[in-house]
Design a protein around this ligand. Structure first.
Ligand code: 13P
Length: 343
């Protein structure tokens, strides 16, 4: 069975102008870290309540076209009994699902990681689709360090990403292909450029060999940026120019959309970088955000698990979503940060 039309529709919805994707797919372990910083207990009811806060934020659908869920969230409900996928679908927001099972050490490659989750993935995708998911995410991690990444690590991760993408499209699910070059080390922007280029080349070679139709995928990459511990940090314009140059050289024009991850950049830096990238357009692909931390950090901190802070948490989320939506259009300015609207 061909899912051509269905895939095209999902891609069109996920590349809507002036909108982007909310990555709310933190695993139970990852959300524990985010909650801990705000002294929120990591129990199922708090995870459910927090996701309800995000998804019921008034007007979020004006800035957000898709949400990536963690598996647990896909079968959770809002207080009024509406399932989260149905709640979002009603607002015209497309529900998606993280399907990888996280990373483990890559055998024989000290300091490097491989993503797991291919076994049984076809059946899992069918289950997720029955619950409302229309797109998926798989995150591969490439680490920069002394003598790494190895070409073995890049090749193994690229192969797994393409296997995942092929299974998704075969099941009518749009794959978000996420090869993340980490920005935690002390490397320069130039080194990030080089590693991102090698990674993208390997990923697109594998996608081609595994017969994945590029028109049916979205790419979720890191920006080209110096590592957090690098003493020389590039300015916003330099990051934008290096990022655009790298992607123009390594991402085929058939790919409909690039949706950047934030990767631990501060929320305002992630927005400013996206805005500067948009201003360098038009680009061959749509360019937007699929942020986790950069969209949610102020909301978690403000809510802090307190009922009385619910509205304020939504206001904080709504503000970041609107800032990034403006950046997608290349219409963001620092002054807008002060116009925090009430929801
Ligand atoms: P960050 O924007 O916090 O990097 O998260 C995006 C994501 O989905 C990582 O897999």
């Amino acid at each position: 069975m061909s899912f051509h039309k269905e895939l095209e529709t999902t891609v069109r919805l996920l590349t809507a102008s002036g909108k982007g994707i909310l990555a709310a797919d933190e695993s139970t372990g990852t959300i524990a870290k985010r909650f801990k910083e705000a002294s929120i207990e990591n129990v199922e009811e708090n995870r459910r309540a927090y996701r309800e806060l995000l998804f019921t934020t008034p007007g979020m659908e004006q800035a957000i076209c898709g949400v990536i869920f963690f598996e647990e969230t896909l079968s959770q409900k809002a207080k009024d009994g509406t399932s989260f996928p149905a709640l979002l679908a009603k607002k015209g927001v497309v529900p998606g699902i993280k399907v990888d099972k996280g990373t483990i050490g890559l055998p024989g490659a000290p300091g490097e990681l491989i993503t797991q989750g291919l076994d049984g993935l076809g059946e899992a995708l069918q289950r997720h689709k029955a619950l409302g998911a229309r797109f998926a995410k798989w995150r591969a991690v490439i680490t920069i360090g002394e003598g790494i990444p190895s070409s073995y690590c890049i090749a193994a991760n690229a192969h797994a990403l393409a296997r995942y993408a092929a299974l998704c499209t075969e099941n009518g699910i749009v794959p978000i292909v996420e090869p993340e070059v980490l920005m935690d080390a002390d490397n320069t922007l130039e080194r990030c450029y080089e590693v991102t280029s090698l990674t993208l080349d390997a990923v697109f070679r594998e996608l081609f060999q595994q017969r994945v139709v590029l028109e049916h995928i979205l790419l979720k990459p890191n920006m080209v940026i110096a590592g957090k511990k690098c003493p020389t940090q590039a300015g916003v314009q330099q990051v934008a120019e290096a990022t655009v140059r790298c992607f123009r050289n390594h991402v085929p024009a058939a790919v409909p959309g690039i949706v950047f991850l934030s990767g631990g950049q501060s929320d305002e830096a992630a927005t400013a970088h996206l805005d500067a990238i948009a201003r360098l357009g038009p680009h061959p692909w749509s360019v937007s955000f699929s942020y986790g931390r950069a969209l949610q950090a102020p909301a978690i901190k403000t809510w802090a698990g307190k009922e009385a802070q619910w509205k304020a948490g939504q206001t904080a989320f709504s503000h970041r979503a609107r800032m990034n939506a403006a950046a997608q259009l290349g219409k963001y300015s620092q002054a807008m940060e002060r116009e925090v609207a009430k929801v």
